[in-house]
Design a protein around this ligand. Structure first.
Ligand code: DX5
Ligand code: ZN
Length: 217
C-alpha cells in the first residue's frame, strides 16, 4: 500500500468540519479522534457527528476510539461508515472478538497501544488486525511533543509483522511533523497521523504532500 497520510481533524475548526476536510484532498484517510472523558481527559464527538462527516466526504474515515468499553461502542462506528476502526488495547475486554466483529461489519480492524503498553503480549493476535497504531504521545490532546521512547516499539512491531508474513499497516499518532516523520518511517511505520502539523500550516494540503514526500524519502 505504501506510505499513507491521515490528518487528524482534532485541531481543525470543528464548527466547520466538512469544510476543513475539503481543504485537504491529498489525504489518504481522515483521522477522527473520538474521546469520552473516561479513557482520556477530553471529550470530542460521537456517532451523530461521525455519521454526518462520513456522508459529507468521499475520503475514507479512520475512527480512533479513545473510549472506555470499546467492545460495546466500536461496532457502531463501522456501521456509521468508518473504513477503519481503532480501539485501544488497554480498554478492550476481548480484543480478538472485537477485531473479528469489526471485520465482519466491513471495516478494517485496528488496535492502538499507549506509550507504556508493550507489543510482545499482543504478538499472537496480529493476524486479527488490519492495522496496529503505536501512539507516540499519551492520548487525549493534539499538539503534544513526540515521544522518542516509542521508536523501539515501532521497530519491534515491524519485526513481528514481517516475521509473521502479515500485511498489517503500522500507524503512528502524536507529534508527527516534518521534523519527526522520518524517524517513524525509518522505524517501520507506514501510516502517519498528523494533526497540528497539518492544520497549523498555511497550506494544509501542501503539508500533507510534504509529509508524504518526507516519509517516502
Ligand atoms: C491525540 C490524538 C491525535 C492528535 C494528533 O490523542 O489521538 O490523533 O489529534 O495531533 P498532533 O499531530 O498535533 O499530535
Ligand atoms: Zn488519534
Amino acid at each position: 500500500m505504501g506510505i499513507q497520510i491521515t490528518p487528524s481533524v482534532l485541531n481543525a475548526d470543528l464548527s466547520r468540519l466538512a469544510d476543513e476536510v475539503a481543504r485537504i484532498p491529498s489525504s489518504d484517510w481522515i483521522h477522527v479522534d473520538v474521546m469520552d472523558n473516561h479513557f482520556v481527559p477530553n471529550l470530542t464527538l460521537g456517532i451523530p457527528v461521525f455519521e454526518s462527516l462520513a456522508k459529507a466526504t468521499t475520503t475514507p474515515l479512520d475512527a480512533h476510539l479513545m473510549i472506555a468499553d470499546p467492545d460495546r461502542w466500536a461496532p457502531a462506528y463501522a456501521e456509521a461508515g468508518a473504513g477503519s476502526v481503532t480501539f485501544h488495547a488497554e480498554a478492550a475486554a476481548a480484543p480478538v472478538r472485537l477485531a473479528r466483529e469489526l471485520r465482519a461489519k466491513g471495516a478494517r480492524a485496528s488496535m492502538a497501544l499507549k506509550p507504556a503498553t508493550g507489543i510482545d503480549q499482543y504478538a499472537d493476535m496480529l493476524g486479527e488486525l488490519d492495522m496496529l497504531l503505536i501512539m507516540t504521545v499519551e492520548p487525549g490532546f493534539g499538539g503534544q511533543k513526540f515521544l522518542d521512547l516509542c521508536l523501539p516499539k515501532i521497530r519491534r512491531a515491524r519485526e513481528l509483522i514481517s516475521a509473521a508474513g502479515l500485511e498489517v499497516w503500522l500507524q503512528v499518532d502524536g507529534g508527527v511533523s516534518l521534523e519527526t516523520i522520518e524517524r517513524c518511517a525509518d522505524a517501520g511505520a507506514d501510516v502517519f497521523v498528523a494533526g497540528s502539523a497539518v492544520f497549523s500550516a498555511e497550506d494544509p494540503d501542501a503539508m500533507v504532500r510534504e509529509l508524504k514526500a518526507k516519509a517516502e524519502a
